[in-house]
Ligand binder design. Structure first.
Ligand SMILES: [Zn+2]
Length: 267
């Protein structure tokens, strides 16, 4: 069914679809606020399968494989509030500015997305209103409440990356991504590089920018919050055991960071 009238926008998600925002540990006491833009790979019932087979919809182009398990476990370990988004980045990418070409991709890696070509009328707007806006509105509300209540807030945006992209092998086990925050990144980099078995990406495999990112620039940098992105390689976090290992390790490291930030009176 085509979505072309303004009246259709609010109804992209029907009764059978779950809300886009998933929250864990809403009353968590940690200064770390966790977000997960690419947590899920659901597609609203009305959009069918976007013209793709399951083999494509289960790949990294649809979501961040493994990060859901890491994020939930880390939220538990740290007693940290986690705000996650359940729908596939192929429907709308919640870490891309809505006006950018990557927001609703017609091509991801080498895969054409038939359901994103020749979209009618206000279809892009309807995806934004149904998925992107509620997710970012909720992050904004939570941050504003924390600031009002004087609760220290450090934004940690959790992602995962594919071990091979466009034929290029990526050597890093974990990457930290940052741009304007100069307080948290050096501390995190030092601690990650202190782990003898890790190859750590310093703004690898990506760097944060206003053009290619949304969550960190808008919710972290624009508010002056300390922030970082974390990228975990998917072959190391695809199964439960790997997710547990990463969550345990990151909980230990973020615990050390919290102690250091408290000593510097930054949280
Ligand atoms: Zn991601």
């Amino acid at each position: 069914m085509a979505l072309h009238s303004a009246g259709e926008t609010a109804r992209l998600l029907g009764m059978e679809d779950v809300p886009p925002v998933l929250e864990v540990n809403v009353s968590g006491r940690s200064p770390f606020l966790l977000t997960c833009d690419h947590y899920g790979r659901l597609i609203p019932r009305r959009l069918g399968d976007l013209g793709l087979p399951e083999s494509e919809l289960s790949r990294h182009i649809a979501w961040d494989i493994g990060i859901a398990g890491v994020a939930e476990a880390l939220s538990g370990h740290l007693d940290a509030h986690l705000i996650a988004q359940r729908y596939s980045r192929l429907v709308i990418d919640c870490n891309r500015p809505p006006a950018s070409a990557g927001s609703i991709p017609r091509l991801s890696e080498a895969t054409a997305i038939p359901g994103n070509e020749a979209m009618a009328g206000d279809a892009a707007e309807s995806r934004r209103e149904a998925i992107f806006d509620p997710y970012h509105r909720r992050i904004r509300e939570v941050i504003e409440k924390r600031l009002r209540d004087g609760v220290p807030t450090v934004l940690v945006s959790l992602h995962s990356f594919t071990p091979v992209y466009a034929g290029i092998i990526r050597p890093w086990h974990i990457g930290m991504l940052y741009h304007r925050d100069i307080r948290l990144p050096p501390l995190l980099l030092k601690l990650l590089r202190g782990e003898p078995d890790l190859v750590v990406g310093d703004n690898e495999p990506y760097a944060v920018s206003d053009e290619t990112d949304y969550t960190i620039p808008v919710h972290g940098e624009a508010r002056g919050l300390m922030n970082t992105g974390i990228e975990i390689r998917q072959d190391l976090s695809a199964d439960k055991a790997g997710q547990k290992q990463w969550a345990d390790r990151l909980a230990r490291i973020f615990g050390e960071i919290e102690t250091a930030l408290r000593m510097q009176r930054l949280v």
